[in-house]
Design a protein around this ligand. Structure first.
Ligand SMILES: [Zn+2]
Length: 208
């Protein structure tokens, strides 16, 4: 398998992967390792790094200097802001340390690698940090500089370090307004949402 003609790789980018979808553009000084999987119609900005084992869906925007490691899975339509840093190990040590318990841990990826998932349409703000093993729900909005240490429900608006949910966001990105008990509405596109029975997440009343 080789890259097709409708993929743009800037002459100063380093793209070692052959699993890049049609229409995707990889800009100068980005590095995409062999084994990184990228879908169609994505853009990867300057100095982004995509490690072997990461998986990226379609229409994803990866802004400059984002660091995406093995074990990170990013669904369709996600925005990864500039300088966003993922992690994939909750208790990292240098695997080269001369200490048998550390060497044993790093001999088997199942002992250290913690998968991270960013669901469809979510936004990760500039320079936020995503700790290993978390799931950021669909259409969630993570503020610039936030440190995400726990799972975020779909449509969460999360800020701070550690990040906490301070509201809800629409699919269009606007903050939702509480208009009556258990009902939120988007001031931009009027989409409405209701809380689920468990009181932990909101769902659109009707989908487009
Ligand atoms: Zn909206």
């Amino acid at each position: 398998m080789s890259l097709t003609a409708d993929i743009f790789v800037h002459p100063n980018a380093l793209c070692e992967s052959v699993e890049v979808g049609c229409g995707t553009r990889i800009w100068a000084f980005a590095h995409v390792m062999k084994g990184a999987v990228i879908g169609c119609d994505c853009t990867v900005g300057d100095h982004a790094f995509l490690e072997s084992g990461c998986r990226i869906g379609d229409r994803v925007t990866v802004k400059n200097q984002a660091m995406i490691w093995n074990g990170v899975e990013i669904d369709d339509d996600v925005f990864v802001g500039p300088g966003v840093t993922f992690t994939n190990d909750r208790l990292p040590r240098s695997p080269r340390m001369v200490f048998p318990p550390v060497a044993q841990r790093y001999a088997d990826p199942t002992r250290w690698l913690r998968p991270t998932r960013i669901e469809r349409g979510a936004t990760l703000g500039a320079r936020c940090v995503i700790l290993a093993g978390v799931t950021v729900g669909a259409y969630a909005m993570v503020a610039a500089g936030a440190v995400v240490t726990r799972n975020l429900a779909a449509h969460s608006l999360a800020v701070g370090a550690p990040a906490s949910r301070v509201g809800w966001t629409c699919r269009c990105g606007e903050r939702l307004a509480l208009v009556e008990a258990n009902t939120w509405r988007c001031p931009r596109c009027s989409e409405q949402f209701k809380m689920d029975a468990a009181g932990e997440c909101i769902n659109p009343v009707q989908s487009y």
